[in-house]
Write a new protein. Structure first.
Length: 163
């Protein structure tokens, strides 16, 4: 799983989570390009797959964990805290009934909730939820249970109405 956490002083700003097939550069770099604005500082550990970040238009800050004498969660606290909170949320909310085929949905829901955790205007929260729901074609429960991914609705298309 890829985790991106925005730094806001000592706090965690917005996050992005994504399921990935492996930890290679061909997987990690496209994730960064999808979720981070070019020119931003990307703070990573010393993993070799991040070596091409600078060539993609980002400022790259590397903190090598191995040999530092510190733990990973001390050197990169935001991403580790997000991963820990996600694990606790999955265990608490879903009580062990988490299914691999639904992982993307869990990550999307956790990201949505986390990024709006301090929202003071519930009306805007509801509006944003509706806006996001309307971006995708509807799925039946059978399709969700089978692990079918939602597809983005094409511009101007209406959801199919039944009944």
């Amino acid at each position: 799983m890829d985790v991106a956490a925005e730094e806001q002083g000592k706090r965690i700003g917005r996050i992005r989570l994504e399921r990935v097939k492996d930890a290679s550069a061909s997987t990690l770099l496209p994730f960064i390009e999808r979720v981070v604005v070019p020119g931003s500082v990307i703070h990573t550990d010393g993993w070799d797959a991040y070596a091409g970040v600078s060539q993609k238009g980002y400022r790259h800050q590397v903190t090598k964990i191995q040999g530092s004498g510190q733990e990973a969660h001390e050197l990169l606290p935001r991403v580790h805290r997000v991963a820990s909170l996600l694990k606790r949320w999955l265990l608490g909310t879903h009580q062990g009934a988490v299914r691999k085929k639904h992982l993307e949905y869990y990550l999307d829901e956790f990201t949505f909730r986390f990024n709006r955790r301090s929202s003071r205007e519930r009306g805007k929260l509801f509006r944003r939820l509706i806006e996001q729901a309307l971006q995708y074609d509807p799925l039946t429960w059978t399709e969700v249970a089978a692990g079918k991914a939602a597809t983005t609705r094409s511009a101007g298309s209406e959801p199919e109405r039944t009944g």
